[in-house]
Design a binder for this molecule. Structure first.
Ligand SMILES: [Zn+2]
Length: 676
């Protein structure tokens, strides 16, 4: 009998036939799909006919069709509804996929065909999208080392292997340092802590078999402890332990690992023909060069530091009023900042929540998409992978655009966080395929019969993930490899972060933020306090973040430093980091940069995206307001439908008329006075 996962699905919208899939089907289906893909790749490489765009690039685009189909379902289930069988298979599948991918990029015959097309590209009569896909395909091969031969090829392999080991070791050392440290609290040590922090500390104490409450370095415990503990001596101990992670000497010290990692990354970049690792990493990003990144960070740094210094002097006065002497220290910031927040932005979460009903917030996200892009959403009654999952058919003027799934509630089988994935991606090659898009969140599930209520952060998350979903649902390109969210890393958060702005639009809140019991709209002063609180303490947050981003850049934009800690100190000295603020992540525990290379010389990208989303929303405000149809049309045409059809910087310029400026971000973060 044929494996159901490999068959054609005769279901509505060709949705995966969830009810008929057995967990035991996945392993064999993935193995079979890998064999099909390998055979397809081998056939392309061995084709006696001269290379053409169709018989090489297009054929390569389609080689993985079955594999993507099976993995689209599998990875979604493994993340959103895991069980031991799915977890075991996931561990099994990752190395198989990595091996397959390396085989493809190291296939010399295949690369020779791509290279032949590249050299003849001006004579091939390619349209712009085809030319872009050829460029991206060749670049992907080159960056994996397809051009290397003999000793260089072996050396790259060894370097990559060692880098992977170092990344794993870095992570494990960090976990071990985090587990190791604990502070037992006596009754007098609980001063200032609210009930929920004491309860959490007691629970951890019990788990560890300690006699009473315990504080550990787990973020969910140390953060509230530093915010609420009125014992300055204990805050200091906890803070110092927190920032010492990875730098405690002994077997778990990460400093030598960081140094070796940077050295090998530089070697990797040089083997591949790049001057520095940052040049290698940024080639595929919108930012393109270390100079562009440094310029952006510096433009934000100056006003952010001014705002942080102003805040620091207010907090220092509070410290002195508490009869402490001397300057404000890093272990004081969260505590006094929390006190000031309570005084200035008192927000009663319990009073706010009834205005943020999940169902109304989903309606709001859909209604905004309807108004901006004309999308219509009709609920679908189809079998899905879990009873909590909802589905909508998405149409525009009668044309089917997508199927959208919303999987909103937390459960034990779901990994934490929130994400958007395409179970099937949009493309037109070989016939139009419309996407199946999933938003997965972890909102608390209410008791039966009561409405699910969200926090403000939850509501933002819902809009954020829906922005990613729109990037998939509106996609309108020929090639799957560039469709939807397959864009540069420093560009991919633009649609999602931009969409969050519509949650704050007064008319959206007025219509959808209505009280679960009374139906009354959110009072104006509550809305004002809510939006005002959003910019609170932004000086601190921006400074600690930008300091980390600048150190990350300095590590990779020049020769690898022999002593990263020394380099870190130089960078911080150079920018004048305020005394009471440290890097958000110091080198020995900077997992974004050292646990793998995902965010290495890429930590800036959160800020980069934020500059863009602020600037892009300002474009609407400058035009005719949040629902300006002309801007909505441009947003869809140049960004939401375009995937990576063209260079991301050019896409932004086409949408906006120019590259993004930092002014809107500075306004949004409340730095406007410092932003001369
Ligand atoms: Zn996102």
């Amino acid at each position: 009998m044929t494996n159901i996962l490999l068959a054609d699905w005769e279901t509505p919208f060709a949705l995966p036939p969830f009810g008929q899939i057995d967990d035991g089907d996945f392993g064999p289906a993935i193995d079979a799909a890998l064999e099909i893909a390998r055979a397809a790749v081998a056939e392309i490489a061995a084709n006696p006919a001269p290379a053409t765009f169709a018989n090489t690039i297009e054929a390569l685009e389609c080689a993985d069709d079955k594999l993507s189909k099976v993995l689209g379902v599998f990875f979604n289930l493994a993340s959103a509804d895991a069980n031991p069988a799915r977890e075991a298979l996931q561990r099994d599948v990752s190395p198989k996929l990595a091996a397959y991918s390396a085989e493809v990029t190291m296939n010399a015959d295949l690369f020779a065909r791509i290279e032949a097309l590249w050299l003849a590209r001006d004579t091939l009569d390619l349209d712009a999208e085809q030319a872009r896909v050829l460029l991206l395909t060749r670049r992907r091969f080159m960056r994996a080392g397809a051009l290397l031969e003999g000793g260089d090829r072996d050396r790259l392999k060894a370097v990559m292997q060692r880098l992977a080991e170092l990344g794993t070791e870095f992570t494990q050392n960090l976990l071990s340092d985090e587990r190791e440290w604990a502070l037992e609290l006596s009754d007098s040590d609980l001063a200032g802590l609210p009930g929920f922090v004491v309860a959490a500390a007691r629970a951890v104490g019990e788990e560890r078999g300690a006699g009473g409450p315990v504080v550990t370095l787990s973020r969910s415990l140390i953060t509230p402890f530093l915010m609420f503990s009125s014992r300055r001596d204990l805050r200091r101990r906890a803070y110092e332990a927190y920032v010492a992670r990875g730098a405690n000497g002994g077997a778990t010290d990460n400093r030598a690992i960081a140094a070796e990692t940077l050295k090998l990354r530089e070697e990797r970049a040089r083997l591949l023909g790049y001057e520095t690792f940052a040049a290698f990493k940024l080639e595929t990003e919108m930012a393109k060069t270390p100079e562009a990144v440094r310029d952006l960070l510096t433009r934000v740094w100056v006003p952010a530091r001014a705002a942080a210094e102003a805040d620091a002097s207010i907090l220092e006065n509070m410290l002195h009023a508490d009869c402490h002497e001397g300057p404000l220290e890093p272990w004081d910031w969260h505590y006094y900042s929390q006190k000031r927040r309570q005084a200035e932005h008192d927000l009663d979460e319990a009073a706010l929540k009834p205005y943020l009903q999940l169902d109304r917030m989903i309606e709001a996200a859909l209604a905004v998409a309807n108004r901006l892009f004309g999308l219509e959403f009709s609920p679908l009654d189809v079998p899905l992978y879990h009873p909590d999952v909802r589905a909508w058919e998405v149409t525009r003027e009668g044309r089917q655009m997508a199927v959208f799934l919303g999987d909103y509630f937390a459960r034990g089988s779901k990994r934490s966080g929130a994400w958007c994935s395409a179970m099937r991606s949009q493309r037109k090659l070989g016939g139009e395929v419309r996407p199946i898009v999933v938003n997965v969140c972890n909102f608390a599930k209410p008791e039966t019969g009561t409405p699910a209520l969200l926090s403000w952060d939850d509501a933002r998350t819902l809009f954020h993930e829906f922005g990613h979903a729109l990037h998939q649902m509106l996609s309108d390109v020929t090639f799957e490899s560039i469709s939807g969210t397959s864009v540069a890393r420093d560009f991919v958060e633009l649609p999602s972060q931009l969409y969050e702005h519509w949650l704050e639009v007064p008319e959206v809140l007025a219509e959808f933020a209505i009280h679960a019991e009374t139906g009354a709209p959110m009072p104006d002063d509550m809305r004002a306090r809510l939006l005002g609180a959003a910019t609170y303490d932004m000086g601190f947050q921006t400074v600690e973040y930008v300091a980390s981003a600048l150190v990350d850049l300095a590590f990779h934009a020049g020769p690898a430093p022999a002593d990263p800690m020394q380099k870190q100190a130089e960078v911080l000295e150079g920018i004048g980091l305020p005394r009471a603020i440290r890097m958000r992540h110091a080198t020995p525990h900077f997992a974004h940069v050292f646990s793998g290379d995902g965010y290495s010389s890429g930590y800036y990208s959160y800020m980069w995206s934020e500059v863009m989303d602020a600037d892009a929303f300002a474009a609407f405000e400058e035009a005719g307001g949040a629902f300006d149809p002309e801007m909505a049309g441009r947003l869809e045409r140049f960004i939401l439908s375009a995937g990576s059809r063209q260079d991301e910087g050019q896409a932004y310029v086409d949408f906006r008329g120019s590259l993004p400026g930092v002014e809107a971000l500075l306004r949004g973060r409340g730095f406007v006075d410092g932003a001369a």
